[in-house]
Design a binder for this molecule. Sequence first.
Ligand code: UDP
Ligand code: MG
Length: 324
Amino acid sequence: MIKLAIVSPCYNEEAVLHESASRLSALFDELIQRGKIASDSFILYVNDGSRDKTWPIIQELHAQNRFVCGLNLTHNVGHQNAIMAGMMTARHHADAVVTIDADLQDDITAIEQMVDKHRAGNDIVYGVKVSREGDSFLKRRTAELFYKIQNSMGVKAVYNHADFRLLSKRALDELSLYHERNLYLRGLMPMMGFPSDTVEDVISPRFAGSSKYTLSKMLRLAADGITSFSTQPITLIIGLGVVGLLVSFLMLIYVLVSWLSGHVVAGWSSIMLSVWFVGSALLLSIGIVGEYIGKIYIEVKQRPLYTVEEVLGLTTKGEPCDKK
Ligand code: UDP
Ligand code: MG
C-alpha cells in the first residue's frame, strides 16, 4: 500500500482552505478504508507568502485534522516554486506525491485512478483536462492557444495538462537533480523519461475566492514555458532578419527606380513604414535575445528557489516523520 502525499500550494487562499481540507480528508478516509493508500498518508499545504490568514488556518487545520501538515515559505515565490518546495519536502515521507491547486478546480476523484495507474507501474500520471467548463472563456481560449504555440516551438509537454499530477518517489528524486531557477514543471516531466500515463480531469469553477493567477503571472509562466525549453524563438528571429533583408533589397531597387524617374518625395511613405518596421523588429528581436540572457543571468546565480520558515507535522529532510 502506498503512502500518499497531496501537495497543495496556497496563496491568499483563506476562503477555500476549510472546504478543501474537508473534501481531501473525506477522500483520504475513503481511500484508506478501501485499502488504496496507507493510513499515515498526508496533505501538505504550502503557504506561498500569503498576506491573508492562510497560514493561521493551516496551523488550525493541522491541530484538528490528522492528515494536514503545513509548510510555510518566508515570501511569495510563485505557484511553480511553491509546488517544488512542497514536493521536495514531501518526498522524504511519501511513496508518491499528487500536486493539486488548493481551490480544487481539478477533479479529486481522479486521484484514485492516479494511484491505480501508479501501482500499475507508472512513475508519472498526468491529469489531462478533458473539460474546462469551470474556467472562463478567455482563460480556456488563451490556454489552448498557448499549448499550441508551445507545441509548435518544440516544447514537449502533455497537451491540456497543468500541474495536477502524481509523481513517484523515484521521479521526485530525479526531479531534485534539476537545478534550474526558471521552473516550468510540465516541461520537465517528459524529460525524465519515466513510464507515464494520463487520467481525465474535469475542471470545475472555484468554489470560493478568486484566481490568484494575475495576467502578469500567467504571461510570465507562458514565457518560461517556451524560453526555458526551446531556442526556436532565436531561430525565428534569424528567419525574420533574412526576410527583412530581402525586403530591404526590394526597397533599394524601388527607391533607385523612383529616384531615376524623378519621384523622390513619393518615397516618403515607404521610408516611414520601413523605419517603423525595422525599428520594431529590432526592438522585438533584442527583447527576445535579452530574455535568454536574462535567464542565463538568473541561472548562474543558483539562488535557492524558496526559503522555508516553518514546517508542521513533517521534517524538511529524511528523518522520521513526527506527525501524530
Ligand atoms: N498560487 C501560489 N502562488 C502564487 C499564485 C498562485 O501558490 O503566487 C496557488 C494558488 O493558491 C492556487 C494555485 O496556485 O492553489 C493556482 O492558482 P489559481 O487557482 O488562482 O489559478 P487559476 O486556476 O485561476 O489559473
Ligand atoms: Mg484555480
